[in-house]
Design a protein around this ligand. Structure first.
Ligand code: NAD
Length: 246
């Protein structure tokens, strides 16, 4: 699971799962660009990766803006001379039952979670094609597979991300670029802190292992899908969850 000498871009890398992925890739030998709307926190993460002896940079990036994504990719290529790994991790929730969900909340979640991944993928593909080596890992969700009441926008965005994953896998396999997704269950981060105790208890009751997942559980899966070891796997969705799927 070595990623030594690889250059990785992790979106939404300033905290939570993205931070854990960025640091995991750094600790296994990659140089990492940490991109996030929150530059201050992204800089903290980049500094922690530099402290491991790797190269790292922090970028202020809103993934909903294609031009910003292209400029970010250009900047990374100028500095590190390649982009081998893209982790589309930036994501948000704006939950609500469908009849009460506003158009703005639908659009925002689709824009960040789905269009953001499209934008970043488009921005890096030419560099991966040039290197004839690439790994794209999209952070989907178990709710993109099974749905979830109160998350029409979020689960649709994650289901869309799975469709995008399978299509990029088909379009770029001949260039030695793989594209896979991970579908985490309930992972302890700021995103899930916001849930009520009742909802958390209900989720816990459905987890046979009797514990929530941690960001590192997701990062381990992403590391595998970013490494040489997964070279013959593409278009796959890896569930990182012990939650009952039905
Ligand atoms: P988080 O809220 O802790 O972190 C998300 C990060 O994305 C933040 O740093 C935020 O600033 C950044 N971000 C938000 N909008 C952005 C934008 N437009 N451009 C760039 N960066 C932006 O959330 P998390 O729990 O670490 O989630 C990370 C990913 O994992 C998300 O895609 C989420 O949907 C997915 N996920 C999380 C869970 C879970 O249980 N926490 C489960 C399944 C999937």
């Amino acid at each position: 699971m070595n990623v030594t000498g690889r250059i990785a871009l992790v979106t939404g890398g300033a905290q939570g799962i993205g931070r854990s992925i960025a640091e995991k890739l750094g600790s296994y030998g990659a140089d990492v660009a940490v991109a996030d709307v929150n530059l201050e926190k992204a800089t903290e993460v980049a500094n922690s990766i530099k402290a491991m002896g790797r190269r790292a940079m922090a970028l202020k990036l809103d993934v909903t803006n294609l031009k910003e994504c292209e400029e970010a990719a250009e900047k990374i290529f100028k500095e590190f001379e390649a982009i081998h790994i893209l982790v589309n991790n930036a994501g948000i929730t704006r939950d609500g039952l469908v009849l009460r969900m506003t158009e703005e909340d639908w659009d925002l979640v689709m824009n960040v979670n789905l269009k953001g991944a499209f934008n970043c993928t488009k921005a890096v593909l030419k560099y991966m094609t040039k290197a004839r080596w690439g790994r794209i890992v999209n952070i989907a969700s178990v709710v993109g597979v099974v749905g979830n009441a109160g998350q029409a926008n979020y689960s649709a965005s994650k289901a869309g991300l799975i469709g995008l994953t399978k299509t990029i896998a088909r379009e770029f396999a001949s260039r030695n670029i793989t594209c896979n997704a991970v579908a985490p269950g309930f992972i302890e981060t700021a995103m899930t802190d916001a849930l009520t105790e009742n909802v958390k208890k209900d989720l816990m009751d459905r987890i046979p292992l009797g514990r929530l997942g941690g960001p590192a559980d997701v990062a381990n899966g992403v590391l595998f899908l970013s490494s040489n070891a997964s070279g013959y796997i593409t278009g796959h969705v890896l569930n990182i969850t012990s939650m009952a799927m039905q």
